[in-house]
Design a protein around this ligand. Structure first.
Ligand code: TIU
Length: 220
């Protein structure tokens, strides 16, 4: 076990049983013309974390940790997209509509791809998920358990939507979760800080958080 300085108290990292989860580092959320942009968000906020997420992925590769990349995506016929999700709000483009990077949040479209700087390598797990949480309607739990994984490091976007939902789902399934603070971002600065605070409050009620430098220092 390796002690990682973290909030609200040190995280006891088990390097033999930890996986890195990189949530939805997709063009659809990070580049202009994607789903995040269509919802009215300033996507440039998310671009700032790309180097940190890439460095975290490098660290995981160096240590041979299991790496899972997720994509929020739907089948081309949208049979896995409930109308309640597709029709929500008054965005000019909805899930499945054609934008400048192809159909929004649809598998195989250019905009649905993970950005080049964080792209999966052969052997890494890629999960297409129709929901915000990574366990809903996926086989990720079985894949993690097959690898003997008990701890998850979280990164990606957005902090209070897909990252928080996935971390809560993981916590309920018995995983110990450490969120890498500077490897996650929200379209709303105050939502990121609120999410970090509520996840780690009450004695790590959902999990821990720490900046990448503290994880790097602990495993160096
Ligand atoms: N809108 C928003 O903040 N996020 C999402 O819709 N999906 C993810 O967080 N991946």
């Amino acid at each position: 076990m390796v002690d990682v300085a973290a909030t609200p108290f040190p995280f006891k990292l088990d390097p033999q049983h930890v996986a890195l989860i990189v949530i939805d580092m997709q063009r659809d959320f990070i580049e202009p013309g994607g789903f995040g942009d269509a919802l009215g968000n300033d996507v440039s906020r998310l671009q700032a974390i790309i180097p940190t997420v890439a460095a975290l992925i490098d660290l995981a590769r160096t240590h041979g940790w299991v790496i899972v990349h997720t994509r929020e995506s739907h089948l081309p016929d949208l049979s896995d997209c409930p109308p309640a999700k597709r029709l929500r709000g008054d965005a000019p483009l909805r899930i499945g509509d054609a934008g400048p990077m192809g159909r929004l949040l649809v598998q195989g479209e250019p905009g649905n791809a993970i950005i080049e700087d964080c792209a999966p390598k052969p052997g890494e797990i890629v999960i297409d998920k129709p929901g915000k949480g990574m366990f809903y309607a996926t086989n990720v739990d079985a894949q993690l358990r097959a690898h003997g994984i008990t701890q998850l490091l979280f990164a990606g976007v957005t902090t209070e939507v897909c990252v928080q939902t996935s971390m809560r789902e993981a916590n309920d399934r018995g995983y110990e979760c450490l969120l890498i603070e500077d490897a996650t971002e929200s379209y709303f600065a105050q939502f990121k800080s609120a999410a970090l605070a509520m996840l780690t409050a009450q004695g790590a009620i959902v999990g821990w958080s720490t900046p990448l430098a503290k994880l790097q220092a602990a495993v160096a």
